[in-house]
Ligand binder design. Sequence first.
Ligand code: ZN
Ligand code: ZN
Length: 337
Amino acid sequence: MSVATSEARNDRGEWRPASKIVPAPINDWPPRLSALARWLFAFPGYLWPLNLFWLGVTLATWTWLTPSLSAMQSLELWWVALVLGRNLALTLLLYGGLHVYLYVFRGQGDAFRFTLKPLATDSGRFLFRHQVRDNMLRTLASAVPILTGFEILTYWGFANGALGYPGLTGGPSGFWGWFVLLLLLGPVIHSVHFYFGHRLLHTRWLYRRVHALHHHNVEVGPWSGLAMHPVEHAIYFSTVVVQWLLALHPLNALFQIQLAIFNAATAHTGFERIKFGGRLAIEGGSHFHYLHHKHFECNYGGSLVVLDRLFGTFHDGSEAGDRAMRERLRAIRAAAN
Ligand SMILES: [Zn+2]
Ligand SMILES: [Zn+2]
């Protein structure tokens, strides 16, 4: 358990958590089944509290804020507008809520905050020279319409039998087993897809034209999460295509899309954890991804399935991790010369 004290900051105002990042048991090979089972059901663990909370949001969205599939058989403005409107509201609530709590009301002060540098309010890197306004515009005017587009295609596809294998007769028990399994795998699919999409974005051509825009955010806040070029939005939310290929029910696809919304927010808070009262603290891969924004050359993937460890780019947040990263980059430069 790390301790956040202002005394632990260096003279640049940076804070490093006392404990290094330890990948979850899902990354262990050979598998340690008892550790895996404990982690699945622990609090906090894989299911509780975050992923089950997000699943609850998805269930509520599907039940009360999504028209019936039969109503969505043909593309009509009213339901497209309804889905777009609720996605705008949901994003404003989550991203705006986190921003207001952490940066306006300063709900936990600087406890667990990685740097004391403020979000930019006069920088040529951002539209309006203002980081939060830039980030908000890119989120609400680009990310939300693009993710809504994926969602509309999903509903239209399921409503018309183009998705979901309508001819399949697996029986109700087969359906429910597959349905629950795909819900359980949602965060894993997100993490793996994010790694490969993100590596692609770090190729020279795409980095310069597309992904550099996201990296203008060196200091990050919640709104930085979806502050991306539209092409990156299309790549990022294309994780739902996995569900188009596998799922028998649109709710699996909706959960996949919403996980991409939720995870981008929690990974960019600028705080290692978010405290709610004295007992509950939420960690959403923030330290893992913060290191990517700070150093660029590490932690390309999600914090759940740490493919970076497999490919040699994992940074665990420690000083030894800093040294290992510098040595790795030196070796790459030496090999290139
Ligand atoms: Zn990147
Ligand atoms: Zn990021």
